[in-house]
Write a new protein. Structure first.
Length: 362
C-alpha cells in the first residue's frame, strides 16, 4: 500500500492506494468520528460493492445508513442531491456522521456537496471506484452539481478526511469508462509532467488492458500530481486552473449535447485537442506536437474532435465557464507539451478556428 498526503495544514489528509485495501476496515475506522456513517453510492455500484462493504462495517460495530442514488451525470442535480439530505435527516444523522462516497465522480461530487452543506459541514471520505475518480475527482475537495446550462455550477470546496483507492474495484469498470478516465491521466502529462507523458506513451496499452501494476503506477503518479497542485492552490486562484485543460471546451460539449451523452472524459479529450489546436494557432505548439497529443488520445480510443454544434453554440456555453472574468474567456493552453498556462491571448476568431478544426463543424 502507498500513502500520499494532500498538504493543507490542519486540513491535510492521506490518500491510501493499494489493491485490496477496501477489504481492510482499519484505516477507515480510524477516520470515523462516530459509529454512525452514511454510505452514498448509486444503483450500479450498490450491487457490486455496497453489500459486502456495509456488512464489513457493521461487523466492526458501525451503524450504516445506505443511500443509493440513480446512476448518471443527468442526475447530478438538485432533486437527487435532496434525496441525500432526506435520507440523512430521516435516519437522524448528525454533524459528526461521516459521509462515505462509494462510486465514481458523480457520486463523489454529490456526496461531497451534501457533506459540505449538511449541518454546515459533515466529515467526508472518498472511496472512488472509477479510474477518473481515482486519478482526479476524489482528491482536492471540489464538489458540485450541474445546472442545465453549466457543468458543476453550484458547489463548494469541501476536503475529505481520507481518500481510499483500491484499484481492484476497476475490474468491473466498463472499457468505455476506463478510457474516459485515461483522458484525465493524460492531462497531467500534458500540463506539468512530461516524463509521465512519456511513460504513458510506452504503457497506454497496458492501462487499457487493466494491467494491475501499470494501473497502480498511473493512479499513484496522477494523485501525486493532483495533490501537489491542490496543496499549492487549494481554491484555484492560480495553478489549479491548469487542471482544467480541455474542460472549457469539454464542459460545453457535455452541456450542449445534454449531460450523459458524452462521458466527461470523452468531452475532455476532444476539448483538450481543441486547446492543443488553439495553442498551435498561437504559435506555441507545432504540427508535430498536435500529432503527438492526438496519437495518444487515439490509442486510448478517445475522441480527438468534438461534435457538430456550431462555433456560436460552443462559445455561448463556454461563457458559463468558471474561469471567465469580467466577461472574458480565460483558457488553459499549452506553451509546450508538458507546460500549461491560463491565457487570454487567443482572439475570438482564433478560438472559432480551433473549434472548427477539431469538431464535426470544421
Ligand atoms: P460516473 O460517476 O458517472 O461513473 C461512470 C460509470 O461507472 C457510472 O455508470 C457508474 O455507476 C459506473 N461505475 C462506478 N464504479 C464502477 C465500478 N467499479 N464498476 C462498474 N461500474 C462502475 O463518472 P466518472 O467518470 O467517475 O466521473 C465523472 C464526474 O466527475 C463528472 O460529473 C465530472 O464533472 C466529475 N469530476 C469532478 C472532479 C472534481 O475535482 N470534483 C474532477 C473531474 C471530474
Ligand atoms: N479537476 C479539476 C480540479 O480538481 O481542480
Amino acid at each position: 500500500m502507498e500513502v500520499l498526503t494532500v498538504e493543507l495544514g490542519a486540513r491535510s489528509y492521506p490518500i491510501h492506494i493499494g489493491s485490496g485495501i477496501l477489504q481492510s476496515m482499519d484505516v477507515l475506522l480510524a477516520h470515523f468520528a462516530q459509529p454512525k456513517v452514511a454510505v452514498v453510492t448509486n444503483e450500479t455500484v450498490a450491487p457490486l460493492l455496497l453489500k459486502a462493504f456495509a456488512r464489513r462495517l457493521r461487523e466492526k460495530g458501525c451503524q450504516v445508513v445506505e443511500i443509493v442514488l440513480p446512476d448518471g451525470e443527468q442526475f447530478k442535480d438538485w432533486q437527487t442531491l435532496n434525496r441525500i439530505f432526506d435520507a440523512l435527516i430521516e435516519h437522524s444523522c448528525e454533524r459528526k456522521t461521516t459521509l462515505v462516497a462509494l462510486g465514481g465522480g458523480v457520486v463523489g461530487d454529490m456526496a461531497g456537496f451534501a457533506a459540505a452543506c449538511f449541518q454546515r459541514g459533515a466529515p467526508l471520505i472518498q472511496i472512488p471506484t472509477t479510474l477518473l475518480a481515482q486519478v482526479d475527482s476524489s482528491v482536492g475537495g471540489k464538489t458540485a452539481i450541474n445546472h442545465p446550462s453549466g457543468k458543476n455550477m453550484i458547489g463548494a470546496f469541501h476536503q475529505p478526511q481520507l481518500v481510499l483507492i483500491d484499484p481492484e474495484t476497476l475490474r468491473s469498470l466498463p472499457d468505455r469508462e476506463l478510457r474516459a478516465g485515461l483522458a484525465e491521466v493524460i492531462k497531467y502529462g500534458l500540463i506539468r509532467d512530461l516524463p509521465f507523458l512519456e511513460w504513458l506513451e510506452g504503457n497506454i496499452e497496458k492501462l487499457l488492458a487493466k494491467e494491475p501494476d501499470a494501473l497502480e503506477q498511473a493512479i499513484h503518479r496522477s494523485c501525486r500530481n493532483k495533490a501537489e497542485v491542490v496543496a499549492a492552490d487549494e481554491r484555484e486562484h492560480g495553478e489549479r486552473a491548469l487542471l482544467n485543460l480541455g474542460h472549457t471546451f469539454g464542459h460545453a460539449i457535455e452541456a450542449g449535447l445534454g449531460y450523459g451523452r458524452w462521458l466527461h472524459g470523452e468531452a475532455v479529450a476532444a476539448g483538450t485537442m481543441m486547446a492543443v489546436e488553439l495553442s498551435r494557432i498561437l504559435g506555441w505548439l507545432d504540427a508535430g506536437d498536435v500529432a503527438r497529443a492526438e496519437a495518444l488520445f487515439a490509442r486510448a480510443a478517445l475522441p480527438v474532435s468534438g461534435p457538430a454544434m456550431g462555433a456560436d453554440r460552443y462559445l455561448e456555453l463556454m461563457q458559463h465557464d468558471k474561469k471567465v472574468q469580467n466577461g472574458r474567456l480565460r483558457l488553459v493552453l499549452l506553451r509546450r507539451i508538458g507546460q500549461a498556462v491560463v491565457s487570454e491571448d487567443a482572439s475570438l476568431a482564433q478560438i472559432r478556428a480551433a473549434i472548427a478544426a477539431r469538431s464535426a463543424d470544421g
